[in-house]
Design a protein around this ligand. Sequence first.
Ligand SMILES: *Cc1c(COP(=O)(O)O)cnc(C)c1O
Length: 214
Amino acid sequence: MQIIFRVIDLRSDTLTKPSDLMRKAMAESVVGDDCYKEDPTVNELESYAAKVVGKEAAIFVPSGTMSNLIAENTHNICNGTPLPLEFIDKVCEIAKSNGFAVHMDGARVFNASLKTGQPVPRIVKNCDSVSFCLSKGLGCPVGSILAGSTKLIERAIRCRRVLGGGMRQAGVLAAAGLFALKENIERLHFDHKHTLMIASVYIKALGLSGGQTA
Ligand SMILES: *Cc1c(COP(=O)(O)O)cnc(C)c1O
């Protein structure tokens, strides 16, 4: 008898692959040269993404790293833990009263929103800019979004170009992003469910108790 092992690779939510429907949306995308702002699908993704996070404007970038670099980098020391809203608001208040802008590295802000029940626009309301990844649990092959004021995004377009992030017929990739924002946000619930299943087994195996696992 042959035993077939199915391997579930749990290294990261970056291992997601585009679904058949997402690939179909990519194949059918209308494209143009985005460096001239002539890619209708990129333009649509940018305005849709801005709306989803409640900011004036947004820009499609190749990676979260570039998105954070354009805005002011990230400390990323919280290990992806969703921070309490009061904490975020307080940080923004202190920054604002001292003349600083706040950028949120919101790579998984949709996960945080689903888990905490707070809408994304509310979470990022007091932040001047926010970055989030399309290429993780949302299932896109490539891409991140940086959102903020129209003025900030105008400068970001220039920064993206300088950093080598200007893309041509990027609508093929933006189509995946649009598909993800419309179809894949709800599916993050499954990731949370599976993570909790693994965490509870792990906690039991180690004889740990208590503690917050979400
Ligand atoms: C994944 C991630 C990034 C970087 O995104 P890339 O697209 O891999 O460059 C930045 N910050 C956080 C919190 C992330 O999870």
